[in-house]
Write a new protein. Sequence first.
Length: 170
Amino acid sequence: MSISPREGWTVLHGMLFGAAFLLAFAGGFAGLYSLRPEWVTAEGIKERILRLKVGLWAMALIAWATVISGTYIVYPWYRASDATSARSILLADPATAAWHTFGMEWKEHVGWLAPIAATVVAFAVTYYGPALAKKVGERRALMIFFVAAFATASIAGMFGAFINKVAPIR
């Protein structure tokens, strides 16, 4: 079994960067959710904030690595002008054309919301620090942003997996 350099970049983009972001979501969300003064001591809140800052910034960087590698490395191969490109293969068959017209449009545009929202959450946790434990509304808003980042990345990953199954980049 061998993997071409293009397939390798596709794996790096989706299965390493993208999957790492999605897998880390549960830990980040649990950390935000459990950041409550009635559940944790003041020392515990400081420890959790430090862990959240490191984890959320790492997740934001991974999300940026995912969209940047997808947009500037993998996507040009997908959209190549020759008849054997993944895009051409999808558009040639009316049964698979929607994978391009909706799925790739999602990945191209909406997928960028994931790193933006993840960065917003990481910045806000860094900005508020331990005081975030007492700010219920702000913490709730951050969890909504975080879920939005997860949802957009999940849908983009799903489309990427399905599109790569039907018309892999070679």
